[in-house]
Ligand binder design. Structure first.
Ligand code: HEC
Ligand code: HEC
Length: 342
């Protein structure tokens, strides 16, 4: 090898070493910078949902999860919990129009609205129930125990008749509710409890817009007239009704557009989750207005809200402690009503 060639090789070798040193230094800077949050060279995930999933990574870790059913004890108390869960999942088989125990309700299951027996984050779950009842509720103006709260949903959401508080069925449902929420402390709030809260619209929720959205995304399961579809057994709904004679009555929680919108935003069309919703907030509000503008069973509500100043803004029946119309209380906009109370 000539001397010239040798020097050339050495020069190239030195160059290569320099390049390697620079690479190592460069990646160290990027790595440390990224770890410290100074540099970010990952593509940001698109913000899929505005209101429901503003949760940060640390909140996600603390998301409420129901206890595992395999931890239900194998004793008499465990049997009650399991029976309660079964009653909540398949209410109609036991308490519906052809119920094997009593015939006191409209054929829907608690689970139609409290998904997976009330265990789904933002699926109208029972996380908070065990730690917060008995409690004073403004709707009745009295302290309500578990049995009264369950009977509220039976009389309103299931458009039915009260279940004897001492019955095996009521006691089983209460045992289950206490079990599902057993790990939640009084006053604790975790992401995922109950329903998501949606920011109100600055216009009234619109039944006409809602009808189009309903036809596009809901009718294929819930029916063109919200009539739902019965399972082959005739004992439960494959797709529960959204309005009409077999649906919840005007005293039910879902008859308030805010509750309806929150429920569908995080859970419908069936299969979506609060982390991956499908509807925009506007669509959810408008469908709520549409469905709740349709006919459904009535209920005497004259004993509700003994203190009318405690009515929620979207309670659609007067009298009110303000001068806004029933129409505005039903569909909004709600911000102006809220402001009147501040
Ligand atoms: C048509 C829908 C629907 C059905 C069916 C239904 N519920 Fe409810 N339930 C609701 C809504 C809406 C709320 C109010 C949620 C809120 O305000 O956050 C509620 C609230 C409750 C609560 C209080 C939750 C809390 O955190 O304070 C309990 C307990 C409850 N339901 C039990 C039942 C049981 C048991 C059944 C069956 C016997 C049932 N529900 C059937 C819609 C329904
Ligand atoms: C793929 C079928 C499917 C589609 C599409 C669908 N749902 Fe549902 N929906 C269901 C099922 C099934 C349940 C009952 C869940 C259960 O029992 O586990 C349900 C329950 C409900 C409930 C509570 C029970 C009741 O009947 O009041 C509401 C409200 C609801 N859906 C609204 C909607 C709206 C609004 C849309 C359109 C945005 C929609 N759903 C689209 C299947 C569907």
């Amino acid at each position: 090898m000539s001397e010239k060639l040798f020097i050339q090789y050495v020069k190239r070798l030195i160059l290569l070493i320099w390049v390697l040193i620079l690479c190592v230094l460069g990646s160290t800077v990027l790595f440390v910078g990224d770890a410290l949050g100074l540099i970010s060279f990952r593509v940001k995930e698109p913000q899929l949902m505005a209101s429901a999933s503003n949760s940060t990574a640390s909140e996600k870790r603390a998301l409420w999860l129901a206890p595992d059913t395999s931890s239900i004890p194998n004793n008499a108390q465990g049997d009650m919990i399991r029976y309660g869960r079964e009653l909540i999942a398949h209410t109609s088989k036991y308490l519906g129009p052809k119920g094997t125990v009593r015939q006191i309700s409209n054929g829907m299951n608690c689970q139609n609205c409290h998904l997976k027996a009330g265990t789904v984050p933002f699926g109208n779950n029972y996380a908070r129930v065990a730690s917060s009842y008995p409690k004073r509720r403004n709707r009745s103006g009295v302290i309500e125990g578990f049995e009264k709260r369950v009977n509220d949903c039976i009389e309103r959401s299931l458009n039915g008749e009260q279940l004897d508080p001492d019955s095996q069925e009521m006691q089983a449902m209460v045992a289950y509710l206490k079990w599902v929420g057993k790990d939640v402390q009084t006053g604790e709030t975790l992401p995922g409890f109950g329903l998501v809260e949606l920011a109100p619209l600055d216009r009234p929720a619109d039944p006409v817009r809602g009808e189009t959205v309903y036809d596009n995304y809901c009718a294929r399961c819930h029916g063109a007239d919200g009539e739902g579809e019965l399972a082959e057994s005739g004992l439960e709904w494959t797709y529960p009704p959204l309005y009409g004679e077999h649906s919840y009555n005007v005293g039910a929680g879902l008859y308030r557009v805010s509750k309806f919108a929150s429920y569908v935003k995080a859970n419908m069309p069936y299969g979506v989750t609060f982390e991956n919703p499908f509807l925009t907030d506007e669509e959810a509000w408008d469908i709520a207005a549409y469905v709740n503008s349709k006919p459904r069973p009535k209920k005497d509500l004259s004993a509700d809200w003994p203190d009318i100043s405690k009515k929620p803004v979207d309670h659609p029946f007067g009298p009110y402690a303000d001068s806004f119309s029933e129409e505005q209380h039903k569909y909004g906009p709600f911000a102006t009503i809220k402001a009147a109370y501040q």
